[in-house]
Write a protein that binds this ligand. Structure first.
Ligand code: NAD
Ligand code: TYD
Length: 339
């Protein structure tokens, strides 16, 4: 099978490529990525030169780029997005361009060539839940996005649904909760906390820190996507959550501090994020019933393993923090285009 993976140089996309080659070593992967600040080819360096892996530098919004790739692949797995809520608050035009328009361009190509399409989305499209309730989001929860990021993702989900209903596109959607694990860009909460603590810096906690996320280990998310591609019913949406009971940001940070043997004085309360969603929680029973999905990675164990990964891969995140990782791409890409 030939997979066109968009956004494969980002956090989840690169973990997906690692996952896919481990479980389907003979498949072919074409990774189409624009290499924004979030794209890092170092995440995939072991695949450089592999005959069944190809990196294509390009923007999903360009039909000239996407049309021939979609035509020649078997399935599109669409991760590419602007993904950081804080950045969407500072400026949202790229969120609209990539998440909404970019998705439309890909959908149009998939419609043209009648291709299987899987769209990766987020639980943030459903808005927020109150604290201290058992309420969870599921596939029938109404859309109620509250940040420019989640509004743009909601727009992309609606477009996918429209292409399914209007054009009969063979598409599925997954709405996942907050992922954590290796290769996550160190401006998101967990890698930011780990990498700050590793250099003795404080960890910024927004507001009262009593915000709750449903954390899923990235490999569980990748396996869920594999199950959807194998067994998912066309036209359906699947919610993919993790193993955590409600855990606040403050508790997550305290756990990381404990793993690293550091002091809670490094917690720094800072101004809250505007429009900050209080709580997310996902009911993944449909994915369990229909696909046999259930998260296999315990939050506490894999938080510890994630901390260890950042400890053992200091040069990876230090090159990001210094900006050197973008030169890695330029050097390698120029070399390859000369050969
Ligand atoms: P990321 O920001 O780490 O990676 C995004 C990737 O997309 C980067 O490699 C970037 O270069 C690429 N990209 C951005 N704009 C592009 C464009 N116009 N054309 C081609 N490539 C482009 O994001 P992530 O955390 O890996 O998230 C991947 C997907 O999963 C996103 O769609 C996101 O909405 C969704 N998601 C993320 C989470 C999470 O916790 N990170 C949870 C649920 C869903
Ligand atoms: P983040 O990793 O940005 O993911 P999302 O906003 O998509 O959930 O943030 C996770 C939670 O951590 C969220 O409630 C915001 C909070 N947060 C902090 O308290 N401090 C920080 O420095 C960051 C980046 C996030």
């Amino acid at each position: 099978m030939k997979l066109l993976v968009t956004g494969g140089a980002g956090f989840i996309g690169s973990n997906f490529i690692h996952y896919w080659f481990k479980h389907h070593p003979n498949d072919e992967i074409w990774n189409l990525d624009k290499l924004t600040y979030a794209g890092n080819l170092e995440n995939l360096k072991e695949f450089t030169g592999r005959p069944n892996y190809k990196f294509i530098l390009g923007d999903i919004i360009s039909a000239d780029v996407t049309m021939p790739l979609v035509r020649d692949c078997d399935v599109v797995v669409h991760f590419a997005a602007e993904s950081h809520v804080d950045r969407s608050i500072m400026g949202d035009i790229d969120f609209i361009k990539t998440n909404v328009l970019g998705t439309q361009v890909l959908l149009n190509a998939a419609k043209e060539y009648d291709k299987r399409f899987h769209h990766i989305s987020t639980d943030e499209v459903f808005g927020q839940l109150p604290l201290n309730t058992k309420e969870k989001f599921n596939e029938s929860s109404p859309y109620n996005p509250r940040s420019p990021y989640s509004a743009a993702k909601a727009g992309s989900d609606h477009l996918v649904r429209a292409y399914i209903h209007t054009h009969g596109l063979a598409a599925t959607i997954s709405n996942a909760s907050n992922n954590f694990g290796p290769y996550q860009f160190p401006e998101k909460l967990i890698p930011l906390a780990i990498t700050n603590l590793l250099v003795g810096k404080s960890v910024p906690v927004y507001g009262d820190g009593l915000y709750v996320r449903d954390w899923v280990y990235v490999e569980d998310h990748c396996r869920a996507i594999d199950l959807i591609l194998e067994k998912g019913e066309i036209g359906q949406t699947y919610c993919i959550g993790g193993m955590t009971k409600d855990i606040s940001n403050l508790e997550v940070i305290r756990k990381i501090i404990k793993i690293l043997g550091q002091d809670e004085s490094l917690i720094e309360y800072v101004k809250d994020r505007p429009g900050h969603d209080r709580r997310y929680a996902l009911d993944w029973s449909k994915a369990k019933k229909e696909l046999g999905y259930q998260p296999e990675h315990d939050f506490e164990d894999y938080l510890e393993k994630t901390v260890l990964w950042y400890q053992q891969n200091q040069s990876w995140w230090q090159r990001i923090k210094s900006g050197e990782y973008q030169q890695y791409y330029q050097k390698n890409y120029e070399l390859r285009s000369r050969n």
